[in-house]
Design a protein around this ligand. Structure first.
Ligand code: NAD
Length: 367
């Protein structure tokens, strides 16, 4: 049953990590390493069952393969989960035990932060392995990725405006931004710098007040954000907020935001297309965070990071071109772009070690 699932999802390797003394129960999933080592965050969550944890790590690691491939990075897709409550179960030994498992993979998997994990936890992982990104800036880390993700989202927006309206005048259009947390707030800041009219919603009233007071956004109750008369709807909160109930309410001509997994399911994606709304695929638009940590490999450099974010414009444009070329919705075109790149690079049949970041070369080559 498990191997059937791995076959259908295309995973290379799944590692079950157990250490009784440390209380560690973790799963590392390596989906695809054709383009390079599998990079993806570590999530800590009190999963209801081991099956739930396994499903999550398989789904998330596959998503990372596609995100890295479309972003043009020399990275594969992987992810790890620790079964536990981040509020109660964290300890030095837990993360060091996890770090040892990461190290045992010799660079095939590189970890980072995800839900439930912060830079302090990564400090412990770093004691046991070099194959970590998203560490503190004092260790050459890249710090908070949110401003970069927001800047990358703006590049995706420019490509979308160009496609839909034939110009890139951000300030000429109106926006409904759902969620003004780390990324949403920074994204609104950029929109407001262009003079755009921005409606915002958040279930956290303080976050809304901040966007209104500091940026001059217009507050909307969370449930009403779908009804705003705007040109662009921007999901920057949680996933699946575009679904059969909310989609008919949208007035926007473009959906472009930073949230992961914005479409509830494929059928919603087809319906977005039928309604003539241009959807900028989430994982292409929000790749800024991944790009940012990837730069840590050869010494973090902010200027380089900003330059890399701007490639999101071209990636999203290419997705729109593939959609037009093949007559498919943009969310399918993104997958196709990823699969085409992986297949093309895979056909080179050369070892990908040349792409491995110098900092990791010794370990990966075992010298
Ligand atoms: P965050 O937790 O800082 O912000 C999310 C905000 O959404 C919070 O303020 C929360 O109160 C709000 N929210 C939750 N449910 C809501 C709802 N129903 N309506 C309105 N607001 C709601 O998280 P973040 O780091 O800003 O990430 C936002 C999204 O972007 C997530 O989907 C995340 O996976 C994705 N993302 C983030 C990054 C990054 O660099 N932080 C990178 C890639 C993708």
């Amino acid at each position: 049953m498990l191997f059937q699932t791995l076959e259908s999802l295309g995973h290379e390797e799944v590692v079950f990590c157990h250490n009784k003394d440390a209380g560690l129960k973790a799963i590392i999933a390596i989906h695809n390493t054709v383009l390079g080592p599998a990079l993806g965050g570590l999530r800590m969550w009190p999963y209801g069952s081991e099956q739930e944890a396994l499903e999550d790590v398989l789904r998330l690691s596959r998503g990372m393969t596609y995100k890295a491939a479309v972003a043009g990075l020399n990275l594969g897709g992987g992810k790890a989960v620790i079964i536990g409550d981040p509020a109660k179960d964290k300890s030095e030994v837990l993360f060091r035990a996890f770090g040892r498992f990461v190290n045992s993979l010799n660079g095939r998997y590189i970890t980072a932060e995800d839900v439930g994990i912060d830079v302090n936890d990564m400090e412990y992982v770093l004691k046991e392995t070099e194959f970590v990104t998203g560490v503190h800036q004092v260790h050459g880390g890249s710090g908070d990725p949110s401003p970069f993700t927001a800047y990358g989202t703006l590049q995706g927006l420019l490509a979308s405006l160009s496609r839909k309206f034939g110009n890139e005048e951000v300030g000429k259009y109106s926006y409904a931004v759902q969620g003004v947390g780390h990324v949403g707030f920074e994204f609104c800041k950029l929109l407001r710098e262009h003079g755009a009219k921005v409606f915002v919603s958040d279930i956290n009233q303080k976050a809304v007040e901040r966007a209104v007071d500091e940026l001059g956004c217009v507050a909307v109750p969370p449930e009403d954000i779908y009804d705003c008369e705007v040109d662009v709807f921007s999901p920057c909160a949680l996933g699946a907020t575009i679904n059969e109930k909310t989609l008919p309410r949208l007035k926007a001509k473009i959906i472009c935001g930073a949230a992961n997994n914005q479409l509830a399911d494929d059928e919603t994606g087809f319906e977005v297309e039928r309604r003539g709304i241009l959807y900028a695929p989430d994982y292409a638009v929000n790749a800024g965070g991944l790009m940012n940590v990837s730069i840590e490999f050869d010494g973090y450099n902010r200027e380089r990071a900003m330059r890399m974010m701007r490639t999101i414009y071209y990636n999203v444009t290419k997705i729109f071109q593939i959609a037009a070329r093949d007559g498919i919705p943009t969310f399918k075109a993104a997958d196709r772009m990823a699969e085409e790149r992986i297949a093309a690079v895979g056909r080179l049949k050369l070892p990908h070690m040349g792409n491995v970041p110098p900092r990791f070369l010794g370990r990966v080559r075992g010298v």
